[in-house]
Design a protein around this ligand. Sequence first.
Ligand code: SF4
Length: 64
Amino acid sequence: MKCSECTSCRFVEYSSGVNRYYCEDQRAAAAVNAGARLICRTQRHSKEIAVKNAPRWCPRKYDK
Ligand code: SF4
């Protein structure tokens, strides 16, 4: 599973220019706070996702 291809991956633009990607999978959302759902921060003014695949805690990791 790759966050960049996952329907639960949400991009959020911040005025600081450092944007963030969050995981919106129900299992991640139910278990933890917003900081813990953070997949990555981007480079300033970038929309490029900064992870190759998914974080270790990805709730879909073992889904078939
Ligand atoms: S962490 Fe897993 S479930 Fe969440 S967006 Fe990334 S690939 Fe999807």
